[in-house]
Structure formats: structure tokens, C-alpha cells
Design a protein around this ligand. Sequence first.
Ligand code: ZN
Length: 203
Amino acid sequence: MKIFAIGQNYVEHNKELNSKHPTEPVVFMKPDTAVLRNNKPFFIPDFSEEIHYETELIIKINRIGKNISPRFSHRYYSEIGLGVDFTARDLQRRLKESGHPWETAKAFDNSAVIGNFLPAEQFPNVQDIRFSMNLNGNTVQNGHSADMIFPVDELIAHVSRFFTLKIGDILFTGTPVGVGKVSVGDRLEGFIGNDKMFDFKVK
Ligand code: ZN
């Protein structure tokens, strides 16, 4: 399986990182070795002093597709979940400054937390989903998919121009404002509405 991720897809998050607003989706990928499932703990890697959480709605692809038209994108997924795009922010900053690719800051082992999924039919409108993340019991991210710069169906269409989508591929749709650093001992709990989607610790 492949993991696609979208950067800079929420206006207020771009402000907090001083990023420009993209004119087309910012796409990057993570390998399957990045996956962390089943609420297993996340171990802070030794190459970063500043690992950030980014809580994101995730879409599970359920059909093979290429050059998908946005109006048909909804046929390519039937489950929506919540994940964390862990990012080595210090490393990413250095790579950005020198104009280099992001991979080591974004695609390292266990950097893609994949929580539970809910049936897409539970959501009448994919652009009207509220989600949140509690860090040690305090809500630090409160997202609403209406605030995405590029909506889910456009993201799927865009990614599929370049890459064939396959069953089981995952799309991370970008993080809302409120990203921050994790420390050893932290507990991260993610929610879509009132449904708990993940609950794990940082070690
Ligand atoms: Zn992200």
C-alpha cells in the first residue's frame, strides 16, 4: 500500500508555519514502513528534537483508479478515519531552507499513525466533518473539513493524475491549526465527532 499526504491544506495552519497558500495540492508520500497501527506507542526517534503531531482526516481507497474525475472521487472510498502525520519539524525546517525534499522529516518509520475508520456513508458531506485531538486531556487541535483549501474529492482527482490508486492506499488530507511538539509520556487521543479514533502514548 501507498500513503499519500497533503501539506498546507488549511489556511490557519499555513499561517502558524508561515507557509504560503498553495495554488495546487502539495503532495508527498510515506512508505508502508511508516505505518503505526493498533494504538501502539510512538517512540521519539533520535534524529529530531522537535517531533510535531499533525492530526488529519484520512481516506482509505477501495478501488483501483487513475485520472479520476472529481465528481467520481467519492466512488473510490468507503471509509474515513483519523491519523497523525508525525513530522520532524526541526529537520523539515532545515530541508526546506536548503530546498531539499522532505522525506526524512516526514516519511520515517512509524510517522503515519492510522487510527480507526468509520463508514463514509455515516457522513452526508465529507466536507462537514469535525475532528479533534486531545494531548494529555487538553484539546489542542479542533478541525473541520469545511476549512480544507482543496476538498477531498479534488485531492483524490489530483493525486490520481500522477499515481495509480490501489485498494488499501491511504490519503492524509492535511492538518488544521494547532500542531505542536510531543514529549515522552504524552497521551494522544483523536476523535471524529464524539467517536474515539485513536488513543496512544509517546515513549
Ligand atoms: Zn500533515
